[in-house]
Design a protein. Structure first.
Length: 247
């Protein structure tokens, strides 16, 4: 456990640092390709590798998911404009261990509804993280997220989930962002996984575009996501992908 936490801590710090760098350049007029290049260079400069690059054929170093894109958006020459919201998802692979994180960014002035969606999504992730400890159930995580999200009038995407990580990019357990308290596997000290709720302003249903990667809301409503890699400790939890600039 000591090695796994130490290595994940380093990888997670690099991933979070990449998003901190993105926050300095992400404005109207920037392309998602420029964001991808920045993430690749920052992660590489810190002695790590961008795990998404060529993973199962994915062509870029990060995912950039704008507006109604739920996840796995592919960076391109798309120019970000005033009012857009965008999730940037990065994973650093360092010394054989992964640090996986994503964050929402507001492009200029955004709508009140978009702002509430982003705030609710972040709150739901942090509420779930704050209950983490040995002995609770995976279902407790999903129930906490679902309750908060639905009480604010939004919906939880059910087609994607959080996942175990470490030496493997994705492994057991699957961490659903909806569910019932007291169900599923019990958490044990030493477990490392992501919590990454995807929340829609409309219906929870999604579909995959013809590129085989990009997931969008079926009703074209806005979607938001945040993600942290966390570890279960003897006395609670540790967040490995904490930003140095924001909470």
């Amino acid at each position: 456990m000591i090695e796994s936490f130490e290595k994940t801590r380093v990888a997670g710090s690099i991933a979070a640092g990449a998003l901190d760098e993105v926050s300095k350049i992400i404005n109207p007029g920037v392309t998602t390709e420029e964001i991808d290049n920045l993430c690749y260079e920052y992660i590489n400069d810190n002695g790590a590798y961008s795990a998404p690059l060529f993973y199962r054929g994915f062509p870029k170093s990060c995912c950039t998911s704008t507006n109604h894109i739920v996840c796995h958006g592919i960076p391109s020459n798309k120019i970000l404009k005033e009012g857009d919201i965008v999730n940037v998802d990065v994973t650093a692979l360092k010394d054989g261990w992964h640090g996986d994180t994503s964050r929402m960014f507001e492009i200029g002035k955004i709508s009140i509804k978009a702002k509430k969606l982003i705030e609710t999504t972040h709150q739901s992730m942090m509420k779930a993280i704050n209950i983490l400890k040995e002995g609770i159930h995976l279902g407790d995580i999903g129930a906490t997220i679902q309750e908060h999200v639905e009480s604010n009038g939004f919906s939880v995407v059910q087609d994607f989930c959080g996942h175990g990580t470490g030496k493997s990019f994705h492994c057991e357990p699957n961490v659903l962002h909806y569910g019932k308290k007291g169900t599923g596997e019990k958490l044990k000290s030493g477990m490392i996984f992501t919590i990454e709720p995807m929340i829609n302003s409309g219906n929870f249903e999604t579909k995959i575009l013809n590129d085989g990667w990009t997931a969008v809301t079926k009703d074209k409503s806005l979607s938001a996501q945040f993600e942290h890699t966390v570890g279960i400790t003897k006395d609670g939890y540790e967040i490995f992908t904490q930003s140095k600039l924001v909470g």
